[in-house]
Design a protein. Structure first.
Ligand code: FAD
Length: 407
């Protein structure tokens, strides 16, 4: 939320070159880049450190993003522990179609649970690079983001007092439910939104993967997905009505439905296990354009949400963070504002590319169960083209890997 001026009882504000709101992958990457250049910054996070280090979400990271982390000294543990994936599998009408994308591109995916990446980034930022971070803050507010002296205030979790920090720049990295986006829309930026009209039941099972790769099942009962996360944990998705109650999906129903929708000739049986996460995502996406106002720059889900259809959100958050971190360092240490002035347009080119791919893929996943024979026929044609046309296959591989442009 944007407030006109700091709270009257706030005491004297302190100064910090950069305040980063949110300690997700975007905010922590920006903070690490700033600290590596010797720039002081303060990260504000509403949750506790233990909570963010355990919050499971993404797992599939594109190769260019890992190389970007590596160049900034942030991928050592990831490179030791992540799995690499070179293929995915489509299942349709009881058939299996294996798609080897590395064979076509020479690139691969890394699979590394997001909470492990967040743990690595917090450790590096706070414990190694000496970055300042406040956990458990409440009621974060932005003040005068368009002025030369924007500030951020928050309620200190210990004392309950409002603290004010004046900054040269504010990075809004507080995700889809944060407060910084409100400083841009509706007056300053446009919010473009797309609803897919379906829900996905997002599941984490305490069970080893049932295949060595990601599996996409297109079925008249709805889409189903299988995504290995670690040797002991597997993510599954089941298409469901938007707004469905996870309580409608007890253990037996989930596994029966997964077996049905992912079933195919010669497919190994699913390895079942206890469900440790069950929540319904209403599949939608949005993009805020432009992603900056004055000295406030949004990054990651704060600026754009990509429904997890093509596993792109974390990758986009990292892409923004690399550009924003480098742009802030150039501006604060060399007075070079060119990176920041081109920031929004450069980010948005990749954002829209990924949005369009997710929409294309979403239609292939959901068309079969739409109840509309026209959409079902078109979805099948999309799928067939991947196996019949080397050109279509190469294009899909490039887009699935985000390999067209480099980070
Ligand atoms: P977040 O990770 O949301 O971090 C924002 C941080 O800000 C949080 O720690 C939050 O607690 C904090 N915060 C919120 N409000 C405030 C406030 N007012 N003040 C201070 N702090 C605040 N993406 C992929 O690329 N690959 C995948 O395989 C993939 N799978 C996914 C599966 C699921 C089930 C989901 C839900 C998402 C998936 N994503 C995937 C998307 C990915 O998780 C997100 O895009 C990613 O977390 C975005 O990072 P971020 O740093 O922008 O935001």
């Amino acid at each position: 939320m944007t407030a006109p001026s700091p709270h009257p009882n706030s005491g004297s504000p302190r100064r910090c070159p950069a305040v980063v709101v949110g300690a997700g992958p975007a905010g922590l990457t920006v903070g690490n880049i700033l600290r590596a250049a010797g720039v002081d910054c303060l990260v504000l996070e509403t949750e506790t450190r233990a909570f963010i280090e355990r919050r499971p979400r993404a797992g599939v990271i594109e190769e260019w993003a890992v190389r970007g982390l590596e160049r900034r000294g942030l991928a050592r543990t990831l490179l030791e522990r992540a799995q690499t994936h070179t293929e995915c599998e489509f299942r349709f009408a009881g058939e299996r179609y294996r798609f080897g994308y590395t064979e076509l591109t020479g690139r691969h995916h890394f699979v590394y649970p997001q909470q492990f990446l967040v743990t690595d980034l917090v450790r590096e930022y706070a414990d190694v690079r000496g970055g300042e971070i406040r956990f458990g803050v409440r009621d974060v507010r932005l003040h005068e983001p368009e002025s030369d002296r924007p500030s951020v205030s928050y309620l200190d979790p210990g004392s309950g007092e409002r603290r004010v920090v004046e900054a040269d720049f504010v990075a809004g990295c507080d995700g889809a439910r944060g407060v910084t986006r409100a400083a841009l829309v509706p007056e300053r930026s446009r919010l473009a939104r797309h609803d897919y009209g379906v829900g996905w039941l997002a599941l984490l099972a305490e069970a080893p993967p049932s295949s060595d790769c990601v599996v996409f099942g297109m079925h008249p009962r709805g889409f189903a997905g299988h995504m290995p996360r670690s040797p002991d944990v597997t993510r599954y998705y089941l298409q469901c009505p938007p707004g469905d109650d996870p309580e409608n999906w007890p253990h037996e129903r989930v596994w029966t439905e997964l077996r049905e929708r992912l079933g195919a000739a010669g497919a190994p049986p699913l390895k079942e296990g206890r469900l440790i996460e069950r929540r319904v995502l209403d599949m939608h996406s949005y993009v805020v354009e432009p992603m900056a106002r004055g000295r406030l720059f949004l990054a990651g889900d704060a600026a754009h949400l990509t429904a997890p259809i093509a596993a792109k959100g974390l990758n986009l958050a990292l892409h923004d963070a690399f550009l924003l971190g480098d742009g802030l360092v150039a501006s604060l240490t060399k007075g070079d504002g060119s990176g920041l002035s081109g920031y929004s347009a450069t980010c948005l080119a990749r954002v829209w590319d990924y949005q369009e791919f997710s929409q294309w893929l979403g239609e292939m996943y959901h068309g079969t169960a739409s109840g509309d024979p026209y959409r079902a026929g078109a979805a099948l044609a999309r799928l067939r083209r991947l196996s019949d046309s080397p050109v279509a296959a190469a294009e899909f591989a490039e887009r699935y890997l985000g390999a067209r442009t480099t980070g």
